[in-house]
Ligand binder design. Structure first.
Ligand SMILES: C[S@@+](CC[C@H](N)C(=O)[O-])C[C@H]1O[C@@H](n2cnc3c(N)ncnc32)[C@H](O)[C@@H]1O
Length: 356
């Protein structure tokens, strides 16, 4: 794993591994973040034009759209503006505060938008409640929102001192402080290594677990990390606790299992020629998306040693992004948090009733 000058980290396989949190060290970015925190309703969603183009190639009447990560409602708004006036949108988020913001932003679309507080795993049930068997387009813009990162009370970032919580849905589950307290030093080290790809995972875990009191606030955690690795690292001035915060957030919100559930459910939820777009910000997420989409798009599944195909397999989906798509330089300049975005899209070729 190596640090790049732009603040990303490349692991052994050359995958960029780090997300938005790094940008909290960028003074210009902080300025823009503060503006967005005040003006959350108007924030520009990541790769907005690509998302709309890929999900709505030929808007037709009666479209059913699902935004699984409605967040501040930016992508949903763009989709509803581009779709015919009878299109309906199921807007899902596990964060009740995000849903409140999205409700305000999307109010002008009236009863065309159906808001549901749920995880990805609740998508099928939410669809059933609406009487939808399948949808024409599904979007998942993974990870945390600007609102969650910038909210000084929720403990997602070391930028403000707050209780160490990090739950996207603050009404259920275990917060980061409780998780740290429950894990032993070895388990915590493994978590930091696996989910944060943190090179100093063991040293940091030792420092955290040997604190007189288990860290209960963001500043206590940051201080424990600094005691292990110093106050600076890498070629850029990065906070050394960035990867620790990221790993804990992913664990607290069970983000990788959630993504696996989504990828397992997606095929059954799309109509024939229905489309899905996933925006990932972390190599562990993007690898999962890439693998699932490649498997669906693969026709023959014969062992490689067979000279000709014997399985007669047919591709179940068609990849719409030959390689991963990334934001333009202009978009990154105006919204630095977009810089780690990796977009992949597929078109489903089968209906749910077909043989698989
Ligand atoms: C990157 S933000 C989405 C921003 C949104 N596209 C917009 O335009 O404002 C990700 C959102 O997804 C939500 N989220 C993350 N994982 C989720 C999950 N497994 N189930 C439901 N919502 C999730 C978060 O609470 C957050 O609000």
């Amino acid at each position: 794993m190596r640090w790049e000058s732009d603040g990303t980290v490349l692991n052994g396989e050359g995958h960029a591994a780090v997300v938005w949190d790094l940008l909290d060290d960028d003074p210009g970015g902080t300025q823009r973040k503060e503006e967005r925190a005040v003006d959350g309703l108007g924030h520009e969603p990541v790769m907005r034009a690509d998302v709309v183009r890929l999900l709505l190639p030929m808007p037709r009447p009666g479209l059913r759209l699902i935004d699984l990560t409605v967040g501040l409602g930016g992508h949903s708004e763009a989709l509803l503006e581009a779709a015919p006036p009878d299109a309906q949108l199921l807007a899902i988020d596990r964060d009740p505060f995000a849903l409140d913001r999205a409700r305000a932003r999307l109010a002008r679309f009236g009863d065309r938008v159906h808001f549901v507080q749920s995880r990805f795993s609740g998508m099928s049930e939410a669809m059933r409640d609406l009487g939808w068997d399948q949808a024409d387009a599904i979007l998942a813009d993974l990870g945390v929102s600007s609102m969650q990162l910038d909210d000084g009370e929720r403990g997602f970032s070391f930028q403000s001192d707050a209780p160490l919580d990090m739950r996207m849905d603050p009404t259920r589950g275990e917060g980061a402080a409780d998780l740290i307290e429950r894990l032993d030093e070895r388990e915590l080290g493994a978590l930091l290594r696996e989910l944060g790809e943190e090179p100093a995972a063991r040293r940091i875990a030792r420092s955290i677990k040997r604190c007189e009191e288990s860290p209960a606030t963001t500043s206590a955690l940051q201080a424990a990390v600094r005691r292990a690795v110093g106050a600076q690292r890498g070629r850029k001035k990065l906070d050394p606790s960035t990867l620790t915060f990221q790993a804990l957030r992913i664990a607290v919100n069970d983000e990788l299992d959630e993504l696996d559930t989504l990828l397992a459910d997606l095929p059954d939820c799309l109509v024939e020629h229905g489309r899905a777009v996933v925006l990932a910000y972390h190599s562990l997420e993007d690898r999962r998306v890439k693998r699932a989409f490649a498997l669906w798009a693969k026709a023959c599944v014969c062992p490689p040693e067979l000279p000709i195909c014997q399985c007669g397999g047919q591709a179940r989906a068609h990849a719409l992004t030959r390689r991963v798509a990334t934001p333009s330089e202009e978009e990154i300049a105006s919204n630095p948090r977009a810089r780690s975005a990796r977009l992949r899209a597929v078109e489903w070729l089968e209906t749910a009733g077909d043989e698989t």
